[in-house]
Design a protein around this ligand. Structure first.
Ligand SMILES: CC(C)(COP(=O)(O)OP(=O)(O)OC[C@H]1O[C@@H](n2cnc3c(N)ncnc32)[C@H](O)[C@@H]1OP(=O)(O)O)[C@@H](O)C(=O)NCCC(=O)NCCS
Length: 151
């Protein structure tokens, strides 16, 4: 439990499928590339929660979900995805707390490299990542092959 201002308490907990609608709302409000027909669909999130319940985390303030992170790993590296905090609760250390908890869970899985992909224009997130020790790799080009733009 993390003490915030004026008696407010923030806790990080594992998310369940019951949190799905609220997670989706936070991602949409945060302008993230939410993919409800692909990796953010209810079925896909259900599978991710079943396979890696320790990596799908939410921040709650006074029992209200205010932040989300979906970490993942294929066994070689860990990834931090879909980090978002509701606009009215930003700047209070919630994203930092979520990232630290996800890093802890990845470390417990013996993951030693953690990455995150941030759009070059997202200076807030770049500052956040750098403040937690993440180092940019501008020499690397990110290439993907997608079934469609919806996934
Ligand atoms: C990025 C985001 C998750 C940060 O959430 P947050 O809870 O406000 O972040 P924190 O309060 O934990 O801030 C941690 C650090 O990030 C940086 N940071 C956060 N907000 C910042 C801002 N508005 N301007 C500059 N730096 C900022 C600071 O380095 C800060 O550390 P400090 O307070 O010790 O200086 C939030 O702004 C958000 O949801 N953005 C929209 C979605 C998004 O872009 N997600 C990331 C995709 S990669």
């Amino acid at each position: 439990m993390c003490e915030m201002s004026a008696g407010q308490k923030m806790k990080i907990r594992r998310l369940t499928l019951l949190d799905y609608e609220k997670m989706a709302e936070i991602w949409k409000r945060s302008g993230l590339p939410f993919k409800p027909k692909g990796r953010d669909s209810k079925a896909s999130i259900k599978k991710q929660i079943k396979e890696t319940p320790d990596l799908i985390l939410g921040a709650e303030e006074n029992d209200e979900l205010v932040g989300v992170i979906v970490a993942s790993t294929e066994g070689r590296k860990g990834w931090l995805n879909r980090i978002a905090v509701v606009p009215e609760k930003r700047g209070k250390g919630i994203a930092k707390a979520l990232i630290r908890k996800a890093e802890e869970a990845l470390r417990e899985r013996e993951i030693k490299i953690i990455g995150l992909l941030i759009h070059k224009s997202n200076s807030t997130s770049i500052k956040l990542a750098k403040s937690l020790g993440y180092i940019p790799a501008p020499e690397i080009l990110y290439l993907t092959k997608r079934e469609s733009d919806d996934v």
